[in-house]
Design a protein around this ligand. Sequence first.
Ligand code: GLA
Length: 787
Amino acid sequence: MRTYRLKEVALILAMLLIPTVAGAKDDSPRFEAGDGKFLLNGEPFVVKAAELHYPRIPKEYWEQRIQLCKALGMNTICLYTFWNAHEPKMDQFDFSGQNDIREFIKLCEKNDMKVILRPGPYVCAEWEMGGLPWWLLKKKDIRLREQDPFFMERVDKFQKALAEQVSDLTIANGGPIIMVQVENEYGSYGTDKPYVAEIRDMLRRNFGKDVTRFQCDWSSNYLNNGLDDLIWTMNFGTGANIDQQFASLKEHRPDSPLMCSEFWSGWFDKWGANHETRPAADMIAGIDEMLSKGISFSLYMTHGGTNWGHWAGANSPGFAPDVTSYDYDAPISESGQTTPKYWELRKTLAKYMDGKKQAPVPALIKPIEIKNFDFTEIAPLRDNMPRPKTDENIRTMEEYDQGFGAIYYSTSLPELKSEALLTVNEPHDFAQVFVDGKYIGKLDRRNGEKELTLPPCAKGARLDILVEAMGRINFGRAIKDFKGITGNVTLTVEKDGHKWVDDLRNWKVYNIEDEYDTYASMKYRPITAADRTAGRMPIGAYRATFDIKGKPSDTFLNFETWGKGLVYVNGHPMGRIWEIGPQQTLYMPGCWLKKGKNEIIAFDIVGPREAKSEGLKEPKLDQLQVNKRLTHREEGQNLDLKGEKPVYAGAFKPGNGWQEVRFAPVRGRYICLEATDAIDGKDVAAIAEMYVLNDKGERLSRDPWTVMYADSEDTKDVNRSADKTFDLQESTYWQTAPGAGFPHAVVIDLGAAHSVAGFQYLPRMEAEVPGAVKNFRIFVKDTPFKY
Ligand code: GLA
């Protein structure tokens, strides 16, 4: 039986005797928006949240990462839920192991951290399809993130399943969850209040009416979908002008608490682009400023972690697949190490502890080295093909009930007396074409490649197209991202002075689903000298065992000599590799390694140059190996505007935020913005985003846009090329290289001719607005510009 101490008895008696003045509700634990402040149990509370994503961190390390955040001086953990990880197959829910969100939230609670839950259904997050399950695409005409009946029915089922796991952990139920987010940055997707309201109502049903609900968006678009009964918070990155970010909210809701729900500590990396970093000083200054003004924040990411297996997403417009590491240049590195950013942030947060001491920093994991080892066995793909399906017309991966991995399409060619043009509409995402087993070329969706020339061949020659899927797009309208070949395949032959275009039909289709068993069950044989002769070794799965003598610990597996593919260690999906970089090593948590023998399988879809690896103590995340130009100007090319008549000439105003100019409609396909000087009088020009308006004042779709020319782009160690002017991200920008003088110009191909009547421009977000354009001219033409 439990015994009571005197003090406890007195307390219980007091509780029984004192009538509740404010009524039962006010005594229950609660979190709410008060007058300009958040209130926790009636007391002002500034949210200092660290964003962490449980599926991106080995479960064994969850608590240590939470403690690292706590030791910074944070009081809350902010997290998304990843629907596609929890429901990998329709109606098969998984809340175990890495997906045990309840356990993760309980660990936050155990460490006295509050929790902000962001249950989507869409989360963006550089995660495959923004968290939506691929199998939704089996309904080809589905409208994602809209009131499509099937979509809403599935969202409802998932939200209910999730609520069964965690809805008893809200603050009203005595748990740590203080707020729940409704959808995610819907303003970057569309305007649809009824849909957002339906998601809100679902959350109310599942989490109870008392749970505090909020929306997050950008200051430029939050009003489009802002619902009256929700709290509005803003997302913006390190360096942004904070007063300007909240100016509109203060105007529309003077009494609202202020919160930056995603303050971006760094940024994510894409294959074939420079490694992204953001200065620690900017992040610290932003947090210091917010806290000095009592503004709440969530630091996205405080610790990014890893996109294990095939979970990395891709960005659009265009197609820019994300790398496996989600290091994010965050204060806590991908592998849980403290960085200089971490210690500086800890120092700053020490000022805002309300007299309390920061928790101690938990012990860090010491990485180990693993000696160089060779892969000894190979299972060439051509000897390990699964049983094919036959199909008259080509279909997408999803239509064959395949979610991830590669797909191999094979058919016979007619006799080709001369060269013919092969068009693949469209290869998602990386295709290799072979005729009778001979490699013809590749089609990389990142570069919009769709066509290859086939050599003459006899009737019946075999055409093979091997297509590897990368992550589904996680941002913008393009999230409906089918994989494999998404349309048709045609052959264009010239005969008697005419062009004949034929659809290729009667395919054999081989589905190579990305899962451990696919590769593990292949037939392996020892690697021979012949496998090594061609410069590149065969396409296929490679296997090795490596030995760990002492206690296993974290390491970074080096794949610098490999081509492109996926790696498994002891059955754990470690992630994608690609020689173009910038990521060259994979984070290997020690908790998934064993003392003694460990198995590693790498499936390389282009073939390694050398099949070997080693464990390093430090990652290599910034080694870009592309030969492709990152800029949009040929050697010696100079835009010639002599004789061209501008459709508009004027000057932009100083300051942050969007600006717009209108002019008499002109028809044209090519638009040039020429900047003749900058507001700060310096040499550099920068543009964060721009739109072109039609004669009805509407924004033209930027999906078909391509950059034809930019006189200067800073791509030395950063990603500031001119395509950043329409990448949908207000925090990334085109910026000219230091030292390149004015005038600066960018030329865009709009994809088709339009009646053009206006231009919108967004400068950089920092208070000093670096590179803000002053005088400018706009040219619109139906024919390309001269160079
Ligand atoms: C937005 C999204 C996040 C993430 C960041 C960029 O703010 O809400 O999920 O994609 O951008 O990292």
